[in-house]
Design a protein around this ligand. Structure first.
Ligand code: ARG
Length: 249
């Protein structure tokens, strides 16, 4: 009997201790959570290191969330689900090396750009493609729903192979299933450095700007984000983050 009471007391103690610990943790959490939708297949902007999502976008948004007194939570999903997640309120922001386009501006609002980027063409050694014009009639690999996908649609007579991940398009190139890949320059550099036998065409395909997407009409959040971005630009923190992941050429 005595033994039972002791066990019961111990259990109550443990429970209350646990409860206490929990509530103090909650108290420490500042403000709300800022949910960021991304597609973590896009180094150096967002990618996995073990089970963590790291990269330029993750670091920028950690700083932005800090400025807003919020805690960042990253949700990984397919690239072409990000805008829907932002629109449905599943996520507060879409940050995924996302290019500002007119089409997207019909459904979301973009922050001020935080970086410029280029669409480039990745080729296999010995390719007969020497200029962007040579893409005519070729088979082009792209990541589904990206600007690379959209631009490939403008190439005369081209066949477009769409993959869920940019890296899958690169693998298709290595296997000779596509003649080239149109993708953003920094991920292209990473993928080319990780594989033998492929290179980036000298001529760029297009210039673009990356920005943070919020739901259309969410001016309150957008203003706060733009203010935070301006601070990060002025303090040099933004450049510092970019330099951490991209080494100077
Ligand atoms: N910049 C391109 C776009 O906006 C590609 C972005 C892909 N990003 C990603 N995280 N997979 O369409």
């Amino acid at each position: 009997m005595k033994k039972l009471v002791v066990i019961a007391l111990a259990a109550i103690c443990a429970l209350s201790l646990f409860g206490c610990d929990n509530s103090s943790k909650e108290e420490k959490t500042e403000g709300d959570t800022l949910v960021m939708a991304t597609n973590a297949e896009f180094p150096p902007y967002e990618y996995y290191e073990g089970s963590d999502i790291i990269g330029i976008d993750a670091d920028i948004m950690t700083e932005v969330a800090n400025e807003l007194g919020m805690t960042l939570k990253i949700e990984d999903m397919a690239f072409d689900s990000i805008i829907a997640a932002v629109k449905s309120g599943k996520a507060d922001v879409g940050v995924a090396g996302m290019t500002i386009t007119e089409d997207r501006q019909a459904s979301v609002d973009f922050s001020d750009p935080y970086t410029t980027a280029r669409q480039v063409v990745i080729l296999k050694d010995g390719s007969e493609i020497k200029t962007v014009d040579d893409l005519e009639g070729k088979t082009i690999g792209v990541q589904l729903g990206t600007t690379g996908d959209i631009y490939a649609g403008d190439v005369e007579g081209a066949t477009i192979e769409r993959y869920n991940k940019g890296y899958e398009a690169v693998q298709a190139l290595l296997q000779g299933k596509v003649d080239c890949v149109i993708i953003d320059n920094e991920p292209a550099k990473v993928f080319v450095s990780q594989n033998e036998g492929i290179y980036i065409l000298d001529e760029d395909f297009a210039l673009e700007e990356y920005a943070i997407a919020v739901d259309k009409g969410n001016t309150e959040l957008l203003t706060k984000i733009n203010d935070a971005l301006a601070k990060l630009k002025d303090s040099g923190k933004l450049q510092e983050i970019i330099d951490k992941y991209i080494s100077a050429e």
